[in-house]
Design a binder for this molecule. Sequence first.
Ligand code: SAM
Length: 337
Amino acid sequence: MSAAVLDALQRPIRDLRISVTDRCNFRCVYCMPRDVFGPGAQFLARAELLTFEEIERLARVFVSCGVNKLRITGGEPLVRHDLERLIALLAEIDGVDDIAMTTNGALLTRKAKLLADAGLRRVTVSLDSLDDEVFGAINDVAVPVAQVLDGIEAADAAGLGPIKINMVVKRGVNDDHVVPMAEHFRGTGYALRFIEYMDVGSTNGWQLDDVVSATDIVQAIDARWPLEQLEPNYPGEVANRYRYRDGAGEIGVIASVTQPFCGGCTRARLSPEGRLYTCLFAGHGHDLRSLVRGGASDPEITERVRSIWTIRSDRYSELRTAQTSPRAKVEMSHIGG
Ligand code: SAM
């Protein structure tokens, strides 16, 4: 692997989140609410999506700039047909140490083994409650909890571990499900991670009052099962990790609102139509597809990526927290996991 390219704040480019579709089979109220993403919503036409070969080519370029971890996301990545074919292409790239995927899990039971056989290493599954009524009210498509739990088991059986479970916590919606979720996943070997509810622009009507802080979440669990904070696995790790003192495993909290971690952010995001976003909250992506389809050589595309990364100075979350003036437009199709 060549030396990592550093941005204006000396942050290397290490992770690439590849969003393979802007579509999703859920309509989570905090992410793609039905009133915005209903029947009339415009999604990308097939010809606008990067093909698997185009994604592979761009992934190689990013790896040559220092990326060693790939995460597949969406939208919901499993609604993209034959995703395992993309995984097999990415698994061939020298210098990739890890290929993971973030999914809502609804289609995982039928896909887990195919993906593992193709070279996927790990999955993170999003699950916001164990109560069908609450979960259904959040996903707004009546997918039952059991379908996601089956998907998690299938992923485990296929060797896609260690599995992480992501729970977004929103006050008044599922904050009283924090302790039951912890209870369910304690001792299973799955790492449950609680995500502070984030501002995603005009689509989810975000208010600071809706956020349950990571501190409050940790305190609620610690009061029931004492916790001990763990050292990060690597610099810039997104989640703050804690272990149960009784040895029943670990949890993580992703405090993107109350304790932003821009200083360690090494993540680039590639949108389904081939735009490079240097921050989850960036309002503007840099078009790489026109280079790919316009006959640019690999060195030319590499130079473009390097030049974008070198001047990167995004630290949206830190500034937002400092100013407490939340508002940004996030394209949910590249939010990643
Ligand atoms: N469809 C996949 C899934 O559900 O995991 C991948 C895409 S989804 C946008 C990635 C992650 O972002 C999920 O864990 C989801 O819960 C989380 N997410 C979406 N909207 C969020 C918000 N407003 N605040 C915090 N996390 C959010």
